[in-house]
Unconditional design. Sequence first.
Length: 382
Amino acid sequence: MGVRDLSEFVGLIYDSVVDRSACPVMLCRLADLLGAASGVQFGTYDSTTHLAVVLAPRQGPEALHRFSEYWAAVSRRASNPAVGAVIVPESLISHEDHDRTNFFEERSNTRGAEAMMGTILSTDGPISTVMSVSRPHSKGSFDPTEIELFAILIPHLQRGLQMLRMHLAALGGPRTSSVEMLNRFPQAVILADALARVIFANRAAERVLGAGGALSLEHDGLRAETLGETRLLRQAIANCAGPRSELDGTGRRLRLSRGHRTPLTVLVVPHRSGIHWVDALRPTAILFMTDPEQAAEVRSEWLREDFGLTAAEAGFTREILKADGLRAAADRLGISLTTARTHLARVFDKTGTRRQAELVRLILQSQPAVREIAGGPIRDTA
């Protein structure tokens, strides 16, 4: 490989930072330079769940399984492999054992056992951004010259990855106009990463976090009042924000205890940038928090515009959002229970709902910030 070829390839690495379509081209070029006839696999791997998200331009959907199995074998056989080092499987496992593992047996049955080498570009807790290259054993193992070339290119790949993440954060984070909109919105909104670390909180969310109780920010991330609720909350965030074999993710609605007060309602939904194989560590979970005791913040005009409610029905619906029952809502409004039931039936008919919990969920999801940012199916959790 000449100096000119090396220079052109390094330039291609940095081109891929600002041009997403250049990344597959760069990976194919890397495969050619290293003699990796089967191509390059680039993505994220979670050592606790063994889930992976991968970009492999020269391979089919089966590459995801091979990629995950390869890095699972590496994590089992290498204790704390160095970030940025070239990992050659033969240095971790004998050639005979190499071909007898489930992973390599499958490769042998489908396309022949392959020579491989890889590297860990970065780590954050159990999640690593990794890259591997492969070719059939019939073409020989990777020789010292190819391994050395890979080692020379790895620092450029690491810097390119770091720059890409910074670029994605700038594009995917809330723009100035969005921040102002979220700060004016009465509902508390938080952006968090897969480890429940807060990336952004609007003013309403800062007040919730500052008050403590239902939700607080500790050194290890967001925490609820009880250990069980903290576990559920962090699991919901991880499911939305972490790398998944199913990229669409699902949302979840939780109720977090606040001592003797009405529980805080939290809606956790995923947010994707479209570059799943590299942005698994980005802030991709969004939390919308609603205090039932302050549900009157939901404006009547929104309810009337969205669902065609009358002024009386909109006012009644705002009271229902406090989630303390039909009689309590009727008492606050100074109406009879019969009138309250009539209002509820009409609201059900206009919103297409049949239960109060379903109505509350629909209203929370219909708020302006939720409509603009959120997406995905929601799972209700008592």
